[in-house]
Design a protein around this ligand. Structure first.
Ligand SMILES: Cc1cc2nc3c(=O)[nH]c(=O)nc-3n(C[C@H](O)[C@H](O)[C@H](O)COP(=O)(O)OP(=O)(O)OC[C@H]3O[C@@H](n4cnc5c(N)ncnc54)[C@H](O)[C@@H]3O)c2cc1C
Length: 495
């Protein structure tokens, strides 16, 4: 039986491991932390349960597929509930916008804006759905080993159909005129850490995916998915080793023979599938520049990175009446986004509040709420911020003040029972994310598809890689696909 070491027990690591096991490989996962999950992690304190990173479940089929490929029924592992309304936006002028994917509710809500915009909304959906099918069938569901697989007339024609040169915001503005409606269909690019004002317009598919395929919640929070994958992998006979800091790939003649873990050399492996953030892995796990191919430290430094996140995890003494997903938008939405990508920590930010305890009583003690407050901030390459204790405290106070402005949170500062804060530093050190960029490499046109680090590493014979900074990109469902592509590539070579 061929042996594969999977480095990292994040979403893509666990999903790859299950797929490899299903194909008959002997699989061992090495994880540096004392818990599986990576960014899909959990904080459990004083009766409060918080998801650390991902919270919004989209494309549920991709979550389910990972159990199905291993011969199991996903319903025995996770309980998925559809959320409707999907989210609410609260504006500074105290108006709200509720996003539903119930066609009747959505139409009535849009007609409140104008009939013209309601019609434009439908036209946007029809057009973007067309582009989504092209993206899915020709780019997201396949990897690119050789230039000829990308540079051929068929692919270039499909690429043109994506019409990706304009920005997400500009593309949406062609269909709807109302500024708030435009923002409600453009801000989702922040889910993958790029600006709606200059991120490729193809990412307007994100709100379309929410609308057409729904937004879901997994009982117990997102971490239940990580635990479910761990359970399935262990049932299949896989091995997970925790507190194993992988320090180096031991390479001979372009082959990884073994890995150096906690100062010791491991047994030999036939292949390595790395779930470590790709730029970080290049800088730290391959020591000799000759084996890095084009990914030298200089190149890694020059690449563009997604935004980072500043997050408050708040356990409150009382309940707060809000939707499970609420976005609080600042007046100067455009200025706020520009700040993030110009490397300025926003002074007047928009932020997102996730309140899973509104729909799942297991997430907080009775009569209390568990709140996750995410503020998009620049990554550490774009910004000089140190996020030391003083700055972290000042920014925490600012966000709590901003929350108190809204009626729903007017007494929040008097009702905090538990508070934990994650800054870009925490994401950098806890999960080895280059520059603390919480969504990995920024998916610009020149860092997407063929130009994104591929799932088969070209410059060594037996290294494969899956995760947010690899093809096809960030976000749980997309990273689950990355695992599928990486395992397919590995199996092509090893079977
Ligand atoms: C704040 C935040 C909010 C998000 N919101 C959403 C959302 O709502 N919906 C959504 O779909 N996606 C969301 N995402 C994105 C999603 O979480 C990620 O794309 C996905 O979880 C990343 O998985 P991964 O497998 O690529 O990497 P990771 O989860 O980072 O896994 C990598 C693993 O490798 C381990 N590792 C690193 N270095 C070593 C080493 N040297 N030795 C051993 N192990 C090592 C790490 O500890 C980690 O466990 C969010 C992300 C963040 C951070």
């Amino acid at each position: 039986m061929k042996k594969v070491a999977v480095i990292g027990a994040g979403t893509a690591g666990l999903a790859s491991a299950i797929r490899l096991k299903s194909l008959g490989y002997d699989v061992t996962i090495y994880e540096k932390n004392d818990k599986i999950g990576g960014r899909m992690n959990q904080i459990k304190e004083n009766g409060f349960t918080f998801d650390v990173g991902p919270t919004i479940v989209m494309m549920p089929k991709l979550y389910q597929e990972i159990f199905e490929v291993s011969g199991a029924d996903y319903k025995d592992y996770i309980e998925m509930l559809r959320i409707d309304p999907m989210f609410e936006i609260q504006y500074r002028d105290r108006t709200t916008l509720t996003a539903s994917n119930d066609l009747v509710r959505m139409t009535l809500e849009n007609e409140q804006v104008s009939e013209e915009d309601a019609q434009g909304y439908m036209a946007y959906l029809a057009e973007v759905y067309k582009r989504y099918l092209v993206a899915k069938n020709h780019f997201i569901d396949r990897s690119f080993r050789k230039p000829s697989e990308f540079y051929n007339p068929k692919m270039l024609y499909q690429g043109l159909k994506l019409k990706t040169l304009s920005s997400a915001y500009k593309s949406i503005s062609k269909y709807v005129k109302n500024e708030k409606l435009r923002q409600s269909l453009a801000f989702q690019t922040l889910y993958i850490g790029i600006s709606p004002y200059n991120g490729p317009s193809i990412y307007t598919i994100i709100p379309m995916i929410e609308l057409l395929y729904g937004v879901y919640y997994i009982k117990g929070g997102m971490y239940s998915m990580a635990k479910a994958m761990e359970k399935r992998f262990l049932e299949m006979g896989g091995k997970i080793l925790l507190n194993q800091n992988v320090e180096e790939f031991i390479i001979e003649n372009k082959n990884i023979k073994a890995i150096k873990v906690n100062g010791k050399i491991s047994e030999n492996y036939d292949a390595v599938l790395s779930n470590v953030d790709f730029p970080w892995a290049m800088n730290n796990l391959i020591k000799d520049n000759k084996n890095k191919g084009k990914y030298t430290p200089k190149k890694i430094d020059k690449m563009l990175y997604s935004s980072s996140s500043f997050i408050l995890y708040i356990g409150t003494k009382k309940r707060y009446n809000l939707k499970p997903h609420t976005f609080f938008f600042t007046n100067d939405f455009n200025g706020n986004i520009n700040d993030i990508f110009d490397g300025k920590t926003p002074d007047d930010p928009s932020y997102y509040v996730y309140a899973p305890s509104r729909i799942d009583s297991s997430m907080a003690p009775e009569g209390k709420e568990s709140l996750y407050v995410l503020v998009p901030v620049p990554n550490k390459s774009d910004s000089p911020e140190k996020w030391d204790e003083k700055q972290t405290k000042a920014y925490t106070d600012k966000i709590l003040d901003m929350m108190s402005y809204h009626e729903v949170f007017k007494d929040i500062k008097d009702n905090i029972e538990y508070l934990k804060v994650y800054t870009p530093n925490d994401f950098e050190t806890q999960f080895n994310l280059q520059f603390g960029a919480t969504f990995g490499l920024r998916p610009t046109l020149l860092q997407s598809n063929y130009y994104r680090p591929q799932n088969k590493f070209k410059f060594l014979n037996n290294l494969y890689s899956a995760g947010s900074s690899n093809h096809p990109g960030a976000g749980v469902p997309i990273v689950l696909n990355s695992a599928k592509l990486a395992v397919n590539e590995l199996h092509k070579d090893l079977k």
